[in-house]
Write a protein that binds this ligand. Structure first.
Ligand SMILES: OC[C@H]1O[C@H](O)[C@H](O)[C@@H](O)[C@@H]1O
Length: 391
């Protein structure tokens, strides 16, 4: 059958990874119909998906993550994957923290692809050496290090001024400033008392400081162009999830030598997870064989291996052999397990893993308008409280 897949994987490393899925689906005798919607972070793709579903023309599968899976399932437009998930015993293949996100009323309505870590800082060691400084481990030491890097003639923070990227930086700042317990209360449970606290004020003050160390040309820049500034030695560091590693890999760069994958300051004991997944739609033509083969391929060991090596994420299957993965992936895999035990494993709110879509969008807008104005941290907290009420 034909498997039409809506996704937003269009950058170098992302496109290479999606091509592996196409290859495997075609090897199973199906036709891959690519429906890529450009725009990192996926906001454009979600808008296009809504239009297609409303007009009664959903794709077979679409890249949708976190709480939004429940929102789509509640609309009654999804098919379930009982046939393949039972036969392949997905409950024993997946960590419960992942399986629960994929199920609606006990039925799998989505298949997970990977586990991305978001709280990374990508660094160019050559730039740090030339500036005579060490990568910062805390936000307190960050300002002085960034200033020295700029004095040495480099850009300190490579960034793309887009709301989802602004929110990605804020998320790592808030986690580094307040820790996982605070993060969970304020940005997962959306507890007003945790939001309306001196810690959130400090998080915005810190974001304001980091903003100072971004170059004037960053507004609107795509995330992968910011990554290439670190690759090319124009900038010292970028705060981004490990899809950025897909760009370093696509450029033939070696971790530990050409670039460093470090935890964002203050977040070494935490792990913000972002799980890509595909929801599957109930189809008029009911070709569930193609849909089943699609889902089974995505969770298969050969696909998990080749896709995640290109994508920069780690396999979602429990106990996957990491021996052929690079050191950053091995670190991510061991930190995932350790943080799951220590309470440091938290869902990424900037990447739609933690909040209802309405609140997520509103919170992202507050953070982005803070970055693009001289809004005070006090004002930002007041606006965040309002945004967190959206459902
Ligand atoms: O587009 C940038 C990134 O956006 C989202 O976070 C996706 O989960 C990830 O797969 C993608 O690479």
């Amino acid at each position: 059958g034909t498997v039409e897949v809506l996704h937003w994987w269009t950058s170098g490393g992302e496109a290479k990874s999606a091509a592996e899925l196409k290859k495997m689906i075609e090897a199973k005798g199906h036709t891959w119909k690519d429906f890529a919607v450009a725009g990192g972070g996926g906001d454009n793709a979600m808008t296009v998906l809504k239009t297609r579903v409303v007009s009664g023309n959903p794709p077979v599968a679409a890249q949708v993550k976190g709480p939004a899976i429940q929102e789509w399932a509640a609309e009654g437009v999804l098919a379930n994957l009982d046939n393949v998930s039972k036969v392949e015993k997905w409950d024993s293949l997946l960590p419960p923290v992942v399986a629960n996100v994929m199920k609606h009323k006990g039925h799998y309505v989505a298949v997970p692809v990977n586990v991305h870590r978001v709280n990374w800082m990508w660094a160019n060691p050559e730039v740090f050496k030339k500036a005579g400084v060490q990568p910062p481990k805390s936000w307190d030491e960050f300002d002085a290090v960034a200033t020295k890097i700029e004095k040495a003639g480099f850009i300190a923070v490579a960034h793309g001024g887009q709301p989802w990227q602004d929110n990605t930086v804020f998320e790592s700042v808030a986690l580094g400033v307040g820790g996982p317990a605070y993060y969970n209360k304020a940005f997962v449970k959306l507890d007003p008392a945790a939001i309306n606290s001196p810690t959130t004020i400090k998080a915005f003050d810190t974001l304001r400081m980091v903003r100072k160390h971004m170059d004037k040309d960053m507004p609107g820049r795509d995330w992968n162009l910011a990554t290439s500034m670190v690759i090319n030695g124009k900038a010292a560091m970028q705060f981004m999830g490990d899809w950025a590693k897909g760009e370093f890999a696509a450029a033939g760069k070696v971790p530990g030598k050409d670039y460093l994958c470090l935890a964002a300051p203050g977040t070494a004991n935490a792990f913000t997870f972002n799980i890509d997944s595909f929801i599957v739609f109930a189809q008029k033509n009911k070709d569930m064989k193609a849909t089943g083969d699609f889902a089974s391929t995505v969770l298969s060991t050969p696909f998990q291996e080749v896709f995640n090596q290109n994508k920069g994420s780690i396999p979602v299957r429990l106990g996957h052999d990491m021996s052929k993965f690079d050191d950053c992936a091995k670190k991510s895999a061991s930190d995932f397990v350790a943080s799951n035990k220590s309470g440091g494993l938290v869902p990424s709110f900037a990447h739609q893993m933690a909040q209802p879509s309405a609140a997520q969008g509103a919170i992202q807008d507050v953070v982005s308008s803070f970055m693009n104005s001289n809004m005070s941290s006090k004002e930002a907290v007041a606006k965040l409280l309002e945004a967190a009420k959206k459902r």
